[in-house]
Design a protein around this ligand. Structure first.
Ligand SMILES: [Zn+2]
Length: 101
C-alpha cells in the first residue's frame, strides 16, 4: 500500500483494510469529482475517500460503483446501461491506468 500521500486539499478517510485475496491493488484516481485521486477500490467497488462519518470511516455507498480495473465487466455494463460511449470509457480507463498506476 502506498504511503506517499501528495494530497493537500482534504483530509482523507480511514479506508477499511481489504480482506479479499486481491492479487493486484487497483490505482487510486479521481472519480467522485475531485481533481486529485479520491476513489479507492475495495473488493471490486469504488469508495469515495472524501466521504466519511465522524469517526473517519469511509461511507459504504448506497450506489455501487464497479471498479473499472478489477471489475471491468460490470463497469462497462454500467456505462452501457447509462448509454455512455464505450470507446470513450475505454479511453478513460487507459488514461487513468497510465497516469495513476
Ligand atoms: Zn479494483
Amino acid at each position: 500500500m502506498s504511503t506517499d500521500n501528495k494530497k493537500t486539499e482534504t483530509e482523507q478517510c480511514t479506508i477499511p483494510s481489504v480482506t479479499s485475496s486481491a492479487v493486484e491493488q487497483c490505482p487510486e484516481f479521481p472519480y467522485f469529482g475531485a481533481r486529485y485521486p479520491d476513489a479507492r477500490c475495495i473488493d471490486g467497488y469504488l469508495h469515495d475517500m472524501d466521504s466519511c462519518d465522524e469517526e473517519g470511516n469511509v461511507y459504504i455507498m448506497d450506489e455501487m460503483h464497479p471498479c473499472p480495473f478489477c471489475n471491468k465487466d460490470e463497469f462497462m455494463q454500467n456505462q452501457k446501461d447509462n448509454e455512455e460511449d464505450l470507446t470513450e470509457a475505454q479511453g478513460w480507463i487507459d488514461r487513468i491506468k497510465t497516469k495513476y498506476n
